[in-house]
Design a protein around this ligand. Structure first.
Ligand code: AKG
Length: 313
């Protein structure tokens, strides 16, 4: 099996990529939740409905009104890009779906999300990301800003309060988790079970959305703030990548030198659960200009990478 050519000159560990052979995607009865007519209705941010709606500010125990929110700088996923700026982007890409086990409990589904569904996910994240509870840069325990923009569906996560606060540090509530993302996570898990039949199923109720600009990073860490029972059962994390590719590290310790590396590209879904639920993982590099041209022709995603991780609390 030929090794996968990854980041400039770096050879990735060879894995056998097996075509996806599950029934759920290929059967005629497969229903694409993004085609649902109720899409628009279900993607409303209830906190945006009333422009005068007050939000609780836990920092000073007051209610901040919409005027305060309106003063905060929004982070937009969409940036106008000239056609010329896309001229150097990759055109031809083999978008065949395939899957591989990277470790027991770690399954990579390559090219799993179609470009048209990636566009819908970007638009959904943009819609919510620009509103109340949308993208912000969380503050770490050292007082610095995280090297990414984040928002959460279902339950807010924050480096200081973890999942335990009803309100985010800027006073906003958690956003409702779109059912299309729930369906995508459930289908991905089902498909991953064709590769690792011990991958547990789950009912996702949280989605952490991260956007990495070209200098974005995330240090090696474990995802261990979900409930004790969720962790104990090894309920998986389903990670969806869109936009520029990322050098993703994973391993049994926080030591970068000991970690394995895999390139996550637009449309890939990585699932880690079961024995590997507490695998250390992180992102050390975003590869500039690596997003597929077909995506950027349909949505003006700013340079960088969008990542969604679905979990069950
Ligand atoms: O961006 C990624 O691929 C990983 C995200 C992640 O580790 C997290 O949200 O905990």
């Amino acid at each position: 099996m030929a090794a996968m050519k990854g980041i400039k000159g770096m050879m990735m560990k060879p894995h056998s990529l097996i075509p996806i052979r599950n029934a759920s995607r290929s059967s005629a009865s497969f229903h694409n939740p993004w085609d649902d007519n109720s899409l628009q209705a279900s993607l409303r941010n209830p906190w945006d409905d009333n422009p005068h709606h007050d939000t609780y500010n836990p920092n000073n125990n007051t209610l901040a009104n919409a005027n305060e929110f309106n003063k905060t700088k929004r982070f937009s996923l969409i940036l106008p890009r000239s056609t010329e700026s896309l001229s150097g982007m990759k055109k031809g890409k083999n978008l065949k779906k395939s899957g591989v086990i990277l470790e027991t409990g770690v399954v990579l589904l390559k090219n799993y999300v179609s470009v048209s569904d990636q566009v819908k996910i970007v638009n959904t994240c943009q819609q919510f990301g620009m509103g109340r509870g949308g993208f912000y840069q969380p503050i770490t325990n050292n007082g610095g800003k995280m090297n990414l923009h984040m928002m959460c569906f279902g339950r807010n996560w924050d480096p200081k309060t973890k999942y335990n606060s009803k309100y985010r540090s800027d006073g906003s509530h958690a956003l409702p988790l779109p059912h299309q993302l729930i369906s995508l996570a459930e289908t991905s898990i089902k498909d991953s079970q064709a590769y690792d039949d011990r991958m547990p199923s789950m009912d996702p109720d949280i989605c952490v959305v991260n956007f990495y600009t070209s200098t974005g990073k995330l240090g090696l860490h474990q995802d261990r703030d979900e409930s004790e029972s969720s962790l104990k059962k090894g309920l998986p994390v389903v990670s969806i990548s869109i936009g520029d590719s990322a050098k993703f590290l994973y391993g049994n310790s926080r030591e970068v030198g000991k970690a394995k590396v895999v390139l996550l590209e637009s449309g890939d879904v990585l699932i880690f659960g079961g024995k590997s639920r507490l695998v250390y993982h992180g992102v050390t590099k975003i590869i500039p200009n690596s997003a597929p041209l077909s995506l950027l022709q349909q949505v003006k995603l700013r340079p960088g990478r969008l990542n969604l991780t679905l979990r069950q609390y």
